[in-house]
Design a protein around this ligand. Sequence first.
Ligand code: TYM
Length: 335
Amino acid sequence: METVVSGIRSTGNLHIGNYFGALKNFVKMQHENRCFFFIADYHSLTTHPTPEDLYGNVKQVLAEYLACGIDPQVATIYLQSDIREVTELYLLLNMNAYVGELERTTSFKDKVRMQPDNVNAGLLTYPVLMAADIIIHKATKVPVGKDQEQNLEMTRKFARRFNTMYKTKFFPEPTAYNFGEKLVKIPGLDGTGKMGKSEGNAIYLIDEPQVIRKKVMRAITDNGPTQENQEMSEPVKNLFTLMDVISEADSFQFYLEKYNSCKIRYGDMKKQLAEDIISFNAPIRERIIEIMADDTYLGKVVREGAEKARESARETIKDVREIIGFKQFGGRVKK
Ligand code: TYM
């Protein structure tokens, strides 16, 4: 049985990019693997949430995990901040992470551009904390979307560096995983780039039908093809990508043929796409609302999850301390 770890930052409601890039695979993988799915609440601190927002967002993501079908009886669901061992491993890994390589990561460079007034050290060492999250359970597979590919490369590098430095094979080198397929990138509705929480182009799992309709109908398109089988512009390609993951294969094929024969009416395609997203979201949305109202259940899930995750993390940290050379003077100090 392989060990799987993945997490999502608690910075707001989850969108369909999170679902198709990550959550869908969490649910698919949970029965065949030893799975740890957590809420990356430490990572969310890079943007300085208020205590109320921090709590609210963690609760929301937790309810959304459960609503999407992660079963706490089979997978371990926990909050990153409940596992102190993660912060210890983070500190230890930081000693072998170089400022130059961290400064060169694309996500760091993006953040520097996007929030020049808040380039904190947590942002710089973000990939180190992420590596700690993953290798604390000695995971081999990490289900994530395309945007996390570089972070996974960094994780492998830090694991490998530790192994080389201490002449050990202790940490496996985990890989970004999507059932042998390419990693997923769900586009936004604004014509360019990926769907993201901070990009203002997302459809959330909790969105109401009229909100979804409005967002989809406003999605950017073009003037339509003028030649048969014309290459698609990026905004149109994005609409087709969304339809490909959400709608029935027949609908996708129908509109593709319309496009290729220059008979497409984008308005009709958008209407169909909106209705398909609404039907997809409806049962998840209902469950989110139901679960959000059940604090007792949510409390039980994170308490039990923390216990199981801590057990696994404690084992790893104990070995890591030995490997690094923190020897015991006169027996182990009880922690
Ligand atoms: P985050 O919170 O930005 O995104 C969570 C997951 O959703 C995927 N995702 C997407 N997939 C496809 N298309 C999109 N438009 C899209 N937007 C988001 C992401 O790839 C990710 O899988 N650094 C991570 C959180 C993290 C983590 C970890 C993940 C912290 N520690 C350890 C895995 C393992 C992040 O910010 O994801």
